[in-house]
Design a protein around this ligand. Structure first.
Ligand code: FAD
Length: 447
């Protein structure tokens, strides 16, 4: 294979991982990032002795492929495993935290579902297979297979925790391809899980990871092994021109100086809604760009509270909790950040990270700081017995948080394939196309 010159647009996790893989294949890479730092959504900051992660908080390592890539990048040796307590998770039921079952006997004793709700869930192996036209919503799938109560008290809070969205909005095949496959293959999820668990080819044990100085270190450890003179920050891509034998990428810095890069291939990992900021010159199939940019995301605010351990009645012995919409509270959920990973709070203090807004309450995510703090304080006093106002408070706002895997994702993927087919050496990637989880961004494969 001939070595190619490849320009990668965007230096978030998708861009950095792509750069790494292309470099390992022997290509010459150039990475162009508009902001002063690499990492994109991966942002960590120390404030008043607390370590805050403004974007992703945890990397859930579930399969061998992600693990192998991270190992090859030389990143895994720096990773920090979560506290073993973190496999305990809570949901809110009747305004109280209830721990989710970890095995069958705790399933029977837990009050996360009513006895009828549990019975309905256990009937899952007897439910017919769905029609798999690729258009079913997550809400329809969960209520069809597991019952309405499981949708309200498991599906709904989990979707707001992962996607800041509602199960009614998301497309099953895009958001949870493994569940869709399992129903197709085994008819039943419970049967499928049992068979896969007892098969010889066991997946590796799931690890929940971060880094000693926060998730931004994931980006740092990838970029430090890339060719440093080919990493351009503070360079905003303004145009991409197809000139027949290759591509010309133009960018400008804050002083208005223009740079030009010539290459054989362009891989854009820029968030798809920002692709319109770029002039795509001499591009075949321009009409596909509008579908490529079709994306929905809701605003989300992350609220950080630091407070003395003795000011909270709850043991904080777990990952955190999620709030079902039925409970009619203001917050979507809270991570027990200083339980999850060490060194997140000064000695004697705890750090709590609460999610506000999303599809459920988009206006609250954009409200004044004081209104958000009040809403969070009210809910945390009720749910975990927070006795006084926290001594440390901070908000990180995301006007557009997570690109949703709804039915528009099919349009985006189709448009990106059409554009690559029509234009030799042009590819699109990034979380809106690959899926949003960190492993999705790390694994995303570009031909
Ligand atoms: C609040 C929040 C919490 C999350 N929590 C988790 C979690 O706990 N676990 C998990 O697995 N995932 C989580 N995610 C998802 C995950 O963090 C993201 O999907 C992933 O980091 C996206 O990486 P990316 O490279 O695709 O996009 P980005 O990180 O957005 O990177 C795109 C880059 O392109 C650059 N760019 C834009 N325009 C231009 C231009 N014209 N020229 C050059 N560069 C440009 C941007 O500056 C940016 O750096 C979370 C996401 C959010 C928002």
């Amino acid at each position: 294979m001939k070595n190619k010159k490849i320009c990668i647009l965007g230096g978030g996790l998708s861009g950095l991982s792509t750069a790494w893989k292309k470099m390992r294949q022997g290509h010459e890479i150039t990475l162009i990032e508009s902001s002063p730092r690499l990492g994109g959504v991966l942002q960590s900051e120390q404030r008043n002795g607390y370590l805050l992660d403004y974007g992703a908080n945890t990397l859930s390592l579930r399969n061998q492929e992600t693990s192998d890539i991270l190992e090859d990048m030389g990143v895994l040796k720096y990773a920090l495993d979560a506290n073993p307590n973190a496999n305990k998770r809570f949901i809110v039921r009747n305004q109280k935290l209830v721990s989710l079952p970890l095995n069958f006997s705790s399933f029977l004793s837990s009050s996360f579902l009513s006895p009828l709700g549990k019975l309905r869930l256990l009937l899952e192996p007897f439910i017919q297979r769905g029609n798999h036209d690729g258009m079913e919503t997550v809400a329809s799938f969960i209520s069809r297979r597991l019952g309405k109560e499981a949708l309200d008290y498991c599906g709904n809070p989990f979707i707001s925790g992962i996607y800041a969205s509602d199960p009614e909005t998301l497309n099953l095949a895009n958001a949870f391809p493994a569940l869709s496959r399992m129903e197709k293959q085994y008819r039943s999820l419970l049967v499928g899980m049992f068979k896969e668990k007892s098969s010889k080819k066991k997946p590796p044990k799931t690890r929940l990871l971060s880094f000693p100085e926060g998730m931004n270190q994931l980006a740092y450890h990838i970029q430090k092994n890339l060719p440093q003179d080919q990493l351009y920050t503070n360079e905003s891509v303004t145009s991409v021109t197809n000139f027949g034998q290759g591509w010309k990428v133009k960018s400008h810095n804050q002083a208005g100086n223009i740079s030009e890069f010539l290459c054989d291939e362009v891989i854009s990992t820029i968030p798809v809604d920002q692709i319109s900021n770029i002039i795509w010159d001499n591009l075949k199939g321009q009409e596909h760009l509008s579908n490529l940019m079709e994306v929905t995301h809701f605003p989300l605010s992350m609220v950080f509270f630091g407070i003395g351990r003795e000011e909270i009645s709850h043991n904080l012995d777990g990952f955190g909790f999620l709030v079902p919409e039925k409970e009619k509270l203001s917050i979507l959920g809270t991570l027990f950040s200083s339980t999850l990973f060490e060194n997140r709070a000064p000695h004697g203090k705890v750090l709590l990270t609460t999610f506000v807004g999303g599809e459920r309450m988009p206006k609250l995510a954009l409200a004044q700081d004081e209104q958000i703090y009040k809403a969070v304080e009210k809910d945390l006093s009720k749910l975990i017995g927070m006795k006084k106002e926290p001594s440390f408070k901070h908000i990180k706002r995301w006007k557009q948080s997570i690109p949703l895997p709804d039915k528009k994702m099919n349009l985006r993927i189709k448009a990106s394939k059409e554009l690559s087919f029509l234009n030799n050496g042009l590819y699109f990637s990034g979380s809106a196309l690959s899926g949003v989880s960190l492993p999705n961004c790390i694994e995303a494969d570009i031909a």
